[in-house]
Design a protein around this ligand. Structure first.
Ligand SMILES: Cc1cc2nc3c(=O)[nH]c(=O)nc-3n(C[C@H](O)[C@H](O)[C@H](O)COP(=O)(O)O)c2cc1C
Length: 357
C-alpha cells in the first residue's frame, strides 16, 4: 500500500488516507449561513475520496469575515445548515473539519473576482480590527487597535465557535493562524508592533494564539483533533522565520495542538513568494523535526509528488486546494495510479473498472 492511502491517527479519529481538502473560501454565504453551494462543494470532495474535508475560513464573529459572503459560526442559527453538510461528508466515509478564523485587519474586502477592494460601510462593510491601527495596505481600511478586553472577547468567541462546531458535527478543528489574518497578525513581528503583554517578545506574540488554543480545547472533547495552520515564513528578513515555526513546533503538543499545517506569507503586501511545486514542503519538513505531525500544502498536484513528500518524511498529511477544485475525484484516480484499492461510492462503481493504472 502507498503511504498516501495509508490511514493516519489523530487523537480520537482515523483518517482513511493522507489527503486533506485545504480550506477554500467560497464567498457564497449570506449572513454567514452555509447553503446548497457549500453542501455541493464540500460534499463533492468527500465523494471524491479525500479523507478530511475542511471548510473554508469560518468567522468567529461578524467582523472576522474576510468578505461579507464568508461563512460564520458566531450564532446558534448558523449550526443547522452546517450540520447538513457534516452529515453528508460523514456518510461518504470522510471526516468533516472546520477552519475557525478571524480576518483581523484584512477583513471587509470584496471577493477576489470583484477585485479584493475594501467594502465601504455604505456597501455593508465594517471597520476591521487588528493588533494595532496600521492598515494592511496604505490605501486599505484602517483597523481599530484591539484593547485587552476586546482580545479577551475574541478569545471567548473562538471558544464559543468551537463549541458550536461540535454541535454542527465537525470532528476536527483547524485554527487559521496563517496568511496575515488575526492570529497570524499577532504572531508576526512585521504586523504586531504592540508593546503590552501581547507584543514585542516571541512569547508575547504567541499569547493570543495560546489563549485561543486553550479556549477551544476547553470547549471540545479531549479526543478531538485540533490543527493549526501557520504561515511558517513571512518570506521577509524582519518577519516570522522558519526557526520561529520550529520553536512553535516544540511547544505545540503541550499547548494542545495535534498537527501544524505549514503554509506561508500574507502578513504584508509586496512580498515575493517563489510559488512553485513543493515550495512550502521544506517548512513542513523542518517543523516536523520538532516532533509534531505536519501537513504540507502548495502546488501539490499529482499522486507521485504527494507520495514522495510522505516517503521522504517531510509531512504526515497532504493538503490540496486548487487541484481538488479542478478535479474533486483526484483521490480516487490517485489511488488507481498508485495501485491501491479504495472504495468508490457504489453509485460510481461502473466508472471504476475503466480507470487506467
Ligand atoms: C479559492 C481559494 C480559497 C482559499 N481560501 C482559504 C481559506 O479560507 N483558508 C486558508 O487557510 N487558505 C485558503 N486558501 C489557500 C489554500 O488552502 C492553499 O493553501 C493554497 O491554495 C495552496 O494550495 P494549492 O496549491 O493546492 O492550491 C484558498 C485558496 C483558494 C484557491
Amino acid at each position: 500500500m502507498s503511504l498516501l492511502f495509508s490511514p493516519f491517527h489523530l487523537r480520537g479519529i482515523i483518517l482513511k488516507n493522507r489527503i486533506v481538502v485545504s480550506p477554500m473560501c467560497q464567498y457564497a454565504a449570506v449572513d454567514g449561513l452555509a447553503n446548497d453551494w457549500h453542501l455541493v462543494h464540500l460534499g463533492s470532495r468527500a465523494v471524491g475520496g479525500a479523507a478530511l474535508v475542511l471548510t473554508e475560513a469560518v468567522a468567529v464573529e461578524p467582523k472576522g469575515r474576510i468578505s461579507p459572503a464568508d461563512l460564520g459560526l458566531w450564532n446558534d442559527g448558523q449550526i443547522e445548515p452546517l450540520r447538513r453538510i457534516t452529515r453528508f461528508i460523514e456518510s461518504q466515509g470522510a471526516v468533516p473539519g472546520i477552519q475557525l478564523a478571524h480576518a483581523g485587519r484584512k477583513a471587509s474586502v470584496m471577493p477576489p473576482w470583484m477585485g479584493d477592494s475594501p467594502v465601504t460601510l455604505a456597501e455593508g462593510g465594517w471597520v476591521p480590527v487588528g493588533p494595532t491601527d496600521e492598515p494592511f495596505q496604505p490605501d486599505g481600511l484602517r483597523p481599530m487597535a484591539l484593547c485587552t478586553d476586546e482580545i479577551a472577547e475574541l478569545v471567548a468567541a473562538f471558544g464559543a465557535a468551537a463549541s458550536r462546531a461540535c454541535r454542527a458535527g465537525f470532528k476536527v478543528i483547524e485554527i487559521h493562524g496563517a496568511h496575515g489574518y488575526l492570529v497570524n497578525e499577532f504572531m508576526s513581528p512585521l504586523v504586531n508592533k504592540r508593546t503590552d503583554e501581547y507584543g514585542a517578545s516571541f512569547e508575547n506574540r504567541l499569547r493570543f494564539l495560546k489563549e485561543v488554543v486553550a479556549a477551544i480545547r476547553s470547549n471540545i472533547p479531549t479526543d478531538m483533533p485540533l490543527l493549526l495552520r501557520i504561515s511558517a515564513s513571512d518570506w521577509h528578513e524582519d518577519g516570522w522565520q522558519v526557526s520561529d515555526s520550529v520553536r512553535l513546533g516544540h511547544m505545540a503538543a503541550e499547548m494542545g495542538i495535534d498537527l501544524i499545517d505549514c503554509s506561508s506569507g500574507g502578513s504584508i503586501p509586496g512580498v515575493k513568494i517563489p510559488a512553485k511545486p513543493n515550495c512550502q514542503v521544506p517548512f513542513a519538513e523542518e517543523v516536523r523535526k520538532a516532533g509534531i505531525p505536519t501537513g504540507a500544502v502548495g502546488i501539490i498536484v499529482n499522486a507521485q509528488q504527494a507520495e514522495e513528500i510522505l516517503e521522504q518524511g517531510c509531512a504526515d498529511l497532504i493538503f490540496m486546494a486548487r487541484e481538488l477544485l479542478r478535479n474533486p475525484y483526484f483521490p480516487l484516480a490517485a489511488a488507481a495510479e498508485l495501485g491501491d484499492e479504495v472504495a468508490w461510492p457504489v453509485q460510481y462503481e461502473r466508472a471504476k473498472r475503466v480507470v487506467k493504472k
